[in-house]
Write a protein that binds this ligand. Structure first.
Ligand code: SAM
Length: 224
């Protein structure tokens, strides 16, 4: 991990160690170097897509444990059928797994669906789902008269506010669920004060439109 990002934070004139502490860690290999349940919020902006899918569950668990009860996690990341994904797919030699590719700079790109993100953070991760939706953006490069059709996922999740902290595995594991059925039921029933919004992708239409844009834009290198 590069220390550049944490250095940027520390150099900001508003940075004060009394209020903020900037440290770096590898979310796959390291423990997060802060006391558990102390973070007031978390931002995952194009982070999870760079991590192999087999590590997604454990990384979400680390973040869950780090957040204080009631804290919100904000996420934006690549969505399935994003134009860059179709470019990877059309080249054919950069695919590692379904929806998972290696870019020419050797970094990884995973493309998520709304359902996957909802499952990962909500049902498996123990977060309350505030909102998960696709965010579409047409990015125009006027100089080159090119249009790029981006598909991103935008989401917010909240760590539940219950008093006795229950690990998400209590809900996931059938054996433990039986042992602690009272607590698990309580967690499953907990009502979110905000409605869940899930926007579905019109897949056929999106693929057709995006494939034709990809064909027009085969030479665009900036998409990765
Ligand atoms: C595409 S950059 C996005 C940076 C920033 N959030 C933004 O939107 O400009 C991906 C970020 O994910 C971080 N990242 C990727 N894998 C990581 C890991 N295993 N542990 C911690 N951070 C990771 C990288 O350090 C990098 O800062």
């Amino acid at each position: 991990m590069s220390p550049r990002a944490t250095n940027y934070v520390k150099q900001n004139e508003l940075y004060s160690e009394e209020k903020v502490e900037a440290k770096q860690c590898d979310l796959v290999k390291d423990d997060i170097p802060f006391e558990p349940e102390t973070a007031q919020f978390a931002q995952f902006i194009f982070v999870l897509s760079g991590i192999s899918p087999e590590h997604h569950g454990p990384v979400v668990k680390k973040i869950y444990d780090q957040l204080a009860p009631g804290a919100v996690l904000f996420l934006r990341d690549y969505g399935k059928y994003d134009m860059a994904q179709l470019r990877f797919a059309s080249r054919g030699n950069q695919k590692l797994k379904d929806n998972f590719y290696v870019a020419s700079d050797r970094t990884r790109r995973y493309y998520f669906t709304v359902e996957e993100i909802t499952e990962l953070f909500g049902k498996q991760g123990g977060f309350e789902v505030i909102e998960v939706k696709n965010h579409y953006r047409m990015v125009e490069n006027r100089k080159e008269s090119k249009t790029m059709h981006r598909v991103w996922i935008q989401a917010r999740f909240r760590k539940p506010m219950y008093q006795n902290s229950i690990s998400p595995e209590l809900v996931l594991s059938p054996a433990k669920k039986e042992d602690s059925s009272e607590k698990s039921l309580e967690m499953e029933k907990s009502e979110d004060p905000e409605p869940v919004v899930i926007v579905q992708v019109e897949e056929e239409e999106l693929i057709e439109e995006t494939v034709s844009l990809v064909q027009q834009d085969e030479e665009t290198k900036s998409l990765e």
